[in-house]
Design a binder for this molecule. Structure first.
Ligand code: ZN
Length: 128
């Protein structure tokens, strides 16, 4: 599972831990890498800094801008969709599913940011 968006991980992303206390081992990683999907890996590329919190924040901004996810989508009911025919209806449903999936990945990134911001305090209370 992609560390950032929760999608299918097909590669690893190299990060520089912001703590020397093994944060990424606690978060599914191997110490200096985390599992990552193709799109997230491409969007963050080799940008500095390598700190996982900053990387996730940067990724969220780029992902949101790339897919224009802050503009409202048009919600159509099933009855309205029934009035569309053939390819148009299929295309519209596919677009709605794609939009929902991207919002879900964006939500995963936001949760990861919250988790990474909390981490130093968690580690203080639970030394490894
Ligand atoms: Zn991803």
């Amino acid at each position: 599972m992609c560390f950032y968006c929760g999608g299918l991980a097909t590669s690893v992303d190299h990060v520089i831990p912001h703590s020397t206390r093994g944060w990424s081992r606690r978060l599914e990683g191997s110490g200096d890498t985390v599992p990552c999907c193709h799109e997230c890996n491409r969007l963050i590329a080799d940008d500095w800094p390598g700190d996982p919190l900053r990387r996730t924040e940067c990724l969220l901004t780029r992902f949101t801008a790339k897919h224009n996810l802050t503009s409202p989508t048009i919600e159509w009911s099933e009855e309205e969709l029934e009035e569309l025919h053939g390819n148009l209806a299929r295309r519209f449903r596919a677009l709605q599913q794609q939009w929902a999936l991207r919002q879900s990945r964006r939500g995963h990134m936001r949760l990861r940011i919250v988790q990474l911001r909390r981490l130093p305090a968690d580690l203080e209370g639970n030394p490894l």
